[in-house]
Ligand binder design. Structure first.
Ligand code: DOR
Ligand code: ZN
Length: 354
């Protein structure tokens, strides 16, 4: 048995308010605890999006009533809310800017709209961008121009990790994260192994090539955080017409990473660095006293959506054989999860910015 600190997932789509048929604050935080995640940061592309004081209150009220693990809530960058989100910054996890193909209404295409956010965001926490390839380069340049910290969400490409490496070497205040699905799946492989319907491989950023996946593994030292981009959509939606992009992932991250440890591709120290220490530093998150995760690093089991806690009812890793199981999670002195059972009530979770 090994003991890890509680994991921090800085990239989770909770779906509440507005799309609780996919997930809500209760189910997502159960899924998090079962995956050894004791703190999550919730993305703002809900319905309505979280982009001003009243929508922030809407999300935080739901979280306060229902969350079973600790949480923060992102604000979304819109076309005309730069001053408002800057004012609300202390109550938020950070600012999220959608600059490329995504799910929801928050995408900003006109680069002059990005400028106002880079100018006004206070910069105590980073501006987190969904920016791929060349829009990532443009966002890096804007961060450098305004001397603001930027965190690149879910990198997936060789050119992205190498550009970030160069930017770090030149003193740009950039950090980045990678998702398990971009480390463990490439598009062709996933189409063969894990996709009974085309919708099951739809995710943004898209799954990439084997060469991209290899480059991410080869440059893990450039990557600051592991983040799941847990993006639940129901099985009926994924297998229907116009399947929305996104994979659930908050419950499968740790077993997948522990399996990589057992294969000698990763160390436990790297898991702690990228899933606890670095996200805590980058997002200025509080310590969680008396909080830990007990894992049986030798236990082998098969990933099954039917045994997981997300409302979405599927996983791209169905049937994968993993080695490393979460046995027990203690959060602020309370046993929150043990032997497959959630033991804390809705409302036990605390807002990290309260
Ligand atoms: O695959 C994705 N799903 N990419 C995004 O940018 C959004 C996310 C979602 O909210 O479903
Ligand atoms: Zn996301």
């Amino acid at each position: 048995m090994i003991r890890l600190p509680g994991l921090i997932d800085p990239h989770v789509h909770v779906r509440e308010p507005g799309q609780t048929h996919k997930e809500d604050w209760d189910t997502v935080t159960q899924s998090a605890l079962a995956g050894g995640v004791t703190m999550l940061l919730a993305m703002p592309n809900t319905k309505p999006p979280i982009f001003d004081e009243s929508t922030l209150n809407l999300a935080l009220d739901a979280a306060k009533a229902k969350a079973r693990c600790d949480y923060g809530q992102y604000l979304g960058a819109g076309p005309d809310n730069a001053a408002e989100v800057a004012r609300l910054a202390p109550r938020s996890a950070a600012l999220k800017m959608y600059l490329d193909s995504t799910f929801g209404q928050l995408r900003l295409d006109d680069m002059t709209l990005w400028l106002e956010h880079f100018r006004q965001w206070p910069g105590e926490t980073p501006i987190v961008t969904h920016s791929e390839s060349r829009s990532m380069a443009a966002a890096l340049w804007m961060a450098q121009m305004f001397d603001k910290p930027i965190h690149i969400a879910h990198i997936s490409l060789r050119e992205e990790v190498l550009l970030i490496k160069a930017a770090k070497e030149h003193g740009v205040k950039v950090t980045c994260e990678v998702c398990p699905h971009h480390l463990f799946l490439d598009l062709v492989g996933a189409q063969q192994c894990c996709a009974p319907t085309p919708g099951r491989v739809e995710v943004r950023p898209r799954l990439a090539t084997k060469a991209d996946v290899d480059a991410l593994w080869a440059n893990l030292d450039v990557i600051d955080c592991f983040a799941t981009d847990h993006a639940p959509h129901t099985l009926a939606e994924k297998d229907g017409e116009n399947p929305p992009p996104g994979f659930p992932g908050v419950e499968t991250m740790l077993p997948l990473l522990l399996t990589a440890v057992s294969e000698g591709r990763l160390t436990v120290e790297q898991i702690v660095e990228k899933a606890v220490t670095n996200p805590r530093r980058i997002f200025k998150l509080p310590e969680q006293p008396e909080t830990w995760v007990e894992v049986d690093e030798k236990a082998r089991y098969e990933i099954k959506a039917a045994e997981m806690h997300s409302r979405c009812g599927w996983t791209p890793f169905e049937g994968w054989k993993v080695k490393g199981k979460v046995i027990k999670v203690v959060l602020r002195g309370e046993t929150a999860f043990e032997n497959g059972k959630i033991l804390v009530k809705p409302g036990f979770g605390q807002n990290v910015r309260a």
